[in-house]
Design a protein around this ligand. Structure first.
Ligand SMILES: Nc1ncnc2c1ncn2[C@@H]1O[C@H](COP(=O)(O)OP(=O)(O)OP(=O)(O)O)[C@@H](O)[C@H]1O
Ligand SMILES: [Mg+2]
Length: 237
């Protein structure tokens, strides 16, 4: 069995669409491509991967337990029955600061069991950024096509480059504003060409509000098609 690929979905800014991309990418890899997928939520301040899936019950185990004792990571996995997605959710109420120093040990413990491990991350990550990048085989850098968001992500690019971790740029919420940055401007600013584009789509917003994953409840929505295409490119690469 080959080793799974660890892809972290990162952005310096909040609200750009990291969780929407992580969750729907994980679901597309699982459902459209039959891959074995684990989704990990490392957003301890506002964990919402499981909320976006519609899970409202208290989940007894999660990433916080696995980070404390990576050897038991496999016992902390939650299986979402209706979608089939395996996940390590983040705690809804946290009582202590949980660092990500052991994230690499957690993914190394689990990677043989999966084809892809998709890691959703928090915005404004400082020290955690290095731990996330060191645990990853690849970074999906999620941006919106607006200058302040692009500029604030230059540090993520720098740290990923320092660690030799490849970056794929995903532009989410495109097409909202005629004044938005072009693909060429984004490439010139970040130093990487745009790998995938996801349009702004009211269906994403509706799905999140209804706690129904977009690609399951609306697989033909424009944003679903774009995320499923992203999954296809990731399977090929
Ligand atoms: N392509 C899109 N079209 C329309 N709305 C979108 C799109 N992508 C994300 N959104 C909306 O933007 C909001 C933020 O999305 P999401 O929670 O995925 O961002 P995030 O980067 O994970 O935020 P945080 O940093 O707080 O974790 C949500 O209300 C979501 O519905
Ligand atoms: Mg999020």
């Amino acid at each position: 069995m080959g080793k799974g690929k660890v892809i972290s979905v990162v952005s310096a800014k909040g609200g750009v669409g990291k969780t929407v991309v992580s969750l729907n990418l994980a679901l597309s890899l699982l459902r459209d491509y039959g891959k074995r997928v684990l989704a990990i939520d490392t957003n301890m301040t506002s964990p919402n991967l499981h909320l976006y899936l519609g899970i409202i019950d208290i989940i007894p185990f999660g990433i916080h337990h696995a980070l404390k004792e990576p050897k038991i990571a496999n016992d902390c996995i939650y299986i979402h029955t209706s979608s089939g997605l395996h996940m390590l959710p983040a705690p809804l109420t946290k009582t202590e600061k949980i660092g990500l120093e052991n994230l690499k040990d957690v993914v190394d413990e689990l990677r043989d069991r999966y084809d892809f491990i998709i890691i959703d991350t928090a915005p404004n990550i400082e020290k955690d950024l290095r731990d996330i990048i060191q645990a990853s085989d690849e970074i999906l850098l999620v941006v919106n096509p607006w200058l302040p968001i692009i500029v604030s992500n230059l540090r993520v690019v720098k740290v990923a480059e320092e660690h030799g971790v490849p970056i794929k740029v995903v532009v989410n919420k495109s097409g909202r504003d005629r004044a938005e940055m072009s693909d060429e401007e984004i490439r010139d600013s970040l130093g990487y060409k745009v790998f995938a584009k996801i349009p702004v789509d009211l269906e994403v917003y509706r799905g999140v509000e209804k706690r129904k994953p977009l690609i399951i409840c609306n697989p033909k929505a424009r944003a679903s098609v774009a995320i499923r295409n992203l999954a296809k490119l990731i399977v090929k690469n």
